[in-house]
Design a protein around this ligand. Structure first.
Ligand code: ADP
Length: 167
């Protein structure tokens, strides 16, 4: 049995939302150390660069002393092996998340039988919330205050304004 469990919460976090933060806070109460692992996927189009997503996550988690931010590319199972962590945290919102997450959890376990995925349920008020929905609302000029932390709101508004200037 591992005494000091290092848990990893992977994701794109483009941008981090209050739903992500809710999961991070819940996980930080359960595990002695959490690494938020931001995906470095060159095939995915992101509104924020990897460094910007890392900086935003750093800001919104600065009060959580057992949370660290990192990034990875390639296979998650390999990253976990490299840092000697075998506990994955994923958030669940609605039933439709379940099928994909279940498949991923079983695949990760197939790749490395030591990997266990722990699902945490978000607060009810964030069950409808996703990064892509927040981006869409921001692009259409809607109010995103309730969905993202204040520093994310500020940066997202700036980014959207720049994007609309350049189009
Ligand atoms: P990915 O591309 O890996 O799905 P995301 O940043 O979209 O990256 O999500 C990372 C994790 O956070 C996933 O487990 C996802 O289900 C979870 N998540 C996203 N939004 C919410 C939310 N509003 N409440 C709870 N969990 C969420």
């Amino acid at each position: 049995m591992t005494k000091k469990i290092l848990a990893v919460y992977p994701g794109s976090f483009d941008p981090p939302t209050k739903g992500h933060l809710d999961i991070i806070i819940r996980a930080s109460h359960l595990f002695p150390k959490i690494i938020i692992a931001v995906t470095k996927n060159i095939n995915k189009k992101h509104i924020f660069s990897l460094q910007e997503r890392i900086d935003l996550l750093q800001k919104i988690t600065e009060k959580l002393k057992n949370v660290k931010i990192s990034s990875f590319s390639g296979l998650l199972a390999n990253y976990l092996e490299n840092i000697n962590s075998f506990v994955l945290i994923r958030g669940l919102r609605v039933l439709s998340d379940f099928e994909y997450e279940f498949q991923m959890a079983l695949m990760n376990r197939k790749l490395n039988k030591k990997i266990e995925t722990i699902f945490l349920m978000t607060d009810q008020s964030y069950t409808f919330l996703s990064s892509s929905m927040v981006k869409e609302i921001a692009m259409l000029g809607g109010n995103i205050k309730n969905f993202v932390p204040e520093c994310v709101e500020k940066e997202l508004k700036k980014r959207v304004a720049n994007l609309s200037k350049s189009n």
